[in-house]
Design a protein around this ligand. Structure first.
Ligand code: MN
Length: 385
């Protein structure tokens, strides 16, 4: 169990001027209000708000967000009123807590795609402070991580809602780490049999795949060094179960035909080096036709940028190579949170920066779907929807 003192230390480390007294007060108040309540796991309730706050601190968010994480269930689950929160913690914390509380009162019943899309839009339109969404995502992530403690019926309901609403929202914010974890957990609870069977098949190939990664890393490093293309990181991964499953289902193919089952990632410091590295890869292995994607020139709607290509190894084993700069790589993992230095002076809409860059991307690429997806008002003053 995470200790409150460790959380304070974490916040102090990235924000030396943080109002730690506010956090202490929020912790004591929340612990008092939730006293006697237990989670389905049998643990004291306070474990949950602490985990939520800890995740928000991992995103290096401000004290208002972290305090709101500690207090996020107080109005919903105890007799505390929002007025009391305003009185004790100020209007900003109260506003975030109220936003999170409101979201849980909207009934979500259908997982039909259009309904889900409408629901996501409605939810985002309601929210005028990105921290509300971030607290809600942190809340959902911890609930999904501890879902096995719930009865099956509730597990399925929560997992479906997560897959339909929260994973796409995390994706839209570019928070791929969160999205990926949510999707893997949803897959496990919604399709337990398919999950287990695919897991077995992937495990059976894991050793070969890891061997391939171990063999490719030094080869790529040597080729790049030989061509004097500097790089910072080369690493490899095996595709996540949920995305393999989607691909098998959509394209009606077999596991052997998944060209990105293994992917190598090259991180460089400049865009120029990305393209140079791509050239080296194509000179070394044969590219698979139709698999080259320039997502640097044409970023995804959520801002993701990278070069992707699939090639065939000497042994006939296909693999994908993803090439991006360090900055693009950080953004791909953490999403919005990486933009927090720009939040200052624009606290209500920290996502302003992200939407500016998306809009630029739209202008460069008129065919990009982001012009359809993002129809909100001006970048710095609009809502998230
Ligand atoms: Mn909660």
């Amino acid at each position: 169990m995470i200790r409150f003192e460790d959380l304070l230390e974490k916040v102090r480390a990235y924000n030396p001027d943080a109002d730690l007294e506010l956090l202490r007060k929020a912790y004591v108040f929340s612990a008092y209000e939730h006293k006697g309540q237990v989670r389905h796991s049998g643990e004291p309730y306070m474990v949950h708000p602490l985990e939520v706050a800890d995740f928000l601190a991992d995103l290096k968010l401000d004290v208002v967000a972290v305090a709101s994480g500690l207090l996020h269930d107080v109005v919903e689950d105890t007799l505390t009123t929002i007025e009391r929160i305003t009185e004790l913690f100020g209007p900003e914390v109260a506003h975030v807590v109220e936003g999170v509380t409101k979201i849980s009162t909207i009934p979500f019943s259908s997982s039909e795609e259009r309904q889900a899309e409408n629901f996501r839009k409605m939810l985002l339109a309601m929210v005028d402070d990105i921290r509300v969404i971030l607290v809600k995502l942190a809340d959902r992530l911890h609930n999904m991580r501890t879902l096995h403690h719930l009865p099956e019926e509730r597990r399925v309901k929560i997992a479906q809602e997560t897959l339909d609403i929260y994973a796409p929202i995390a994706n839209r914010l570019g928070m791929s780490k969160v999205k990926n974890e949510l999707e893997e957990l949803c897959f496990k609870y919604l399709e337990p049999r398919a999950y287990e069977s695919l897991r077995g098949r992937v495990e059976a190939r894991r050793r070969t795949a890891e061997g391939l990664i171990d063999e490719l890393k030094p080869t790529i490093a040597a080729k790049l060094a030989e061509a004097q293309v500097p790089y910072m990181v080369i690493d490899g991964r095996i595709k996540r179960l949920y995305s393999i499953w989607l691909k098998l289902k959509r394209q009606k193919i077999d596991l052997d035909q998944v060209y990105d089952f293994v992917a190598l990632r090259i991180v460089t410091s400049t865009v120029k080096d990305c393209y140079a590295a791509l050239g080296i890869i194509h000179q070394t292995w044969s590219p698979v036709p139709g698999r080259i994607k320039d997502l640097i020139a044409m970023p995804r709607p959520n801002g993701y940028q990278s070069l992707h290509t699939s090639v065939i190894s000497e042994h006939g084993f296909p693999f994908e190579v993803q090439i991006r700069t360090e900055e693009m790589d950080g953004r791909a993992e953490e999403g919005l949170s990486r933009f927090h230095p720009q939040w200052k002076g624009n606290r209500r809409h920290p996502c302003g920066q992200r939407f500016v860059s998306q809009r630029r991307a739209c202008r460069r690429d008129p065919s990009s779907s982001c012009s359809r997806r993002y129809t909100g008002p001006s970048a710095s003053s609009g809502s998230l929807a």
